[in-house]
Design a protein around this ligand. Sequence first.
Ligand code: BG6
Length: 474
Amino acid sequence: MSKNHFPQSFLWGGSFSANQAEGGYKSAGKGVSQTDLIPLNKSSKITSSFELNNYLADENSYFPRRTGIDFFNQFDEDLALISELGINSLRISIAWSRIFPNGDETTPNEQGLAFYKKVIDKLSLLGIEPVITISHYEMPVKLITNYGGWKNRKLIDFYTNYVQTLLHAFPEVKYWLTFNQINSGLTDPFSALGLLINDYASKELLQHDKFQAMHHQLVATAKVKQIAQQMNSSVLIGASVYDMTSYPRSPEPNDVLSNQESILISDFCSDVLVRGRYSKFILNNFKKNGVDLDITAEDQRLLLHNTIDFLGISYYVTTVVDQSTPSLFEINDWNIRDETSNKHLKATKWGWGIDPVGLRIALRRYTDKYPSMPIMILENGLGAEETLFSKKKIHDSYRIDYLRKHLSQLQLSIQEGVNVIGYFYWSPIDIVSSGSGQMHKRYGLIYVDLNDFGIGSGKRIKKDSFYWYKQYIE
Ligand code: BG6
């Protein structure tokens, strides 16, 4: 442990996803993924088959993820630039549709594998440890149109076949994450699970399928852990969760109770992944809401014996809950959550309250619940609108402030005994926003000269925060 309390082996990194960066739509045999169908300024949710089919046929709208920041063609230069930060790890994701264009094939697309081989080789050359998310809000769209997304148990087999292919192809990769923010199926059934909420005749049917789909992802994670151990014992399997830390609006006991309930529901996936079984609390909620899941004895056995090796968390924002807040069990849209009314916090332009202390509150909770589980902070970052000054500089003092305050809370957390083994800033480079498709919601430490329509020189320019983070790591 060095004097600043970060262990010597700490993973200092950055994080971004394939669908927000790569572009390369249909290049090298890639199939269409669900994210390729989301037009600009449409929130990341497609809600019905009607909408989905329209976008499949649409040749006029602009679909920002089809071009991203062109990482597919520029990865070599981008990784070299990112490595100048002095990071020792980078979290990227693999686009399922590059490897299995339709998702249900038995043999992979070799060109897709060849692309990621080049990326991983480059990282190795730069001395950067890859941390790879196998599915970051993304699946081949055929798995939605032909199978109905993750509510279909068949997806477990398609997915494990995909993962086996990756583990064979890239034995040098140690850290794998099965799903991005596995609990976000609660609030984003399309991105996380491939469910089309307006196709449902009733709220009850949707609720059933949502939890069944999440159960399938939990079982798929356990299966991956089992397969990985049989293939290569040095591989570590994790999953990430979206941290939903919230505060009661008032000390009125019913507000406090609702808030507690919200946190318990938000943590149900990590509970299963770390403890190997559903808590009585969530089972009771299933019962109370008439959600009768197909959980087989084999599923239970798999979950119990194949718990994850590390837990990833994404931390951006805290919310405020009271007794009138719709239960997390019922909502299908994160935007219903109150991110803005905490008068003790300043918010970003997109209304996300900036709460460094909340990170420490969250980390204490995970450590208390899962005492021996290593934690990686896989996402934490600030989205802001930025323009280049005449001297081609971005003076993002607000991002430096954000980083400084979050890292200082992280340091305090480590001092108090939380087992955080890595911090990954989202994102080292500007990418397309997941929620809005906008390019002008910029998180990067490196500016990318492209506007919302992908127009611009594409030039990469280091922001002030780049130099700050580099120095901090040093
Ligand atoms: C995370 C997602 O929850 O939020 C990322 O995993 C996303 O993919 C990030 O980019 C920030 O959200 P947004 O909508 O501002 O891009």
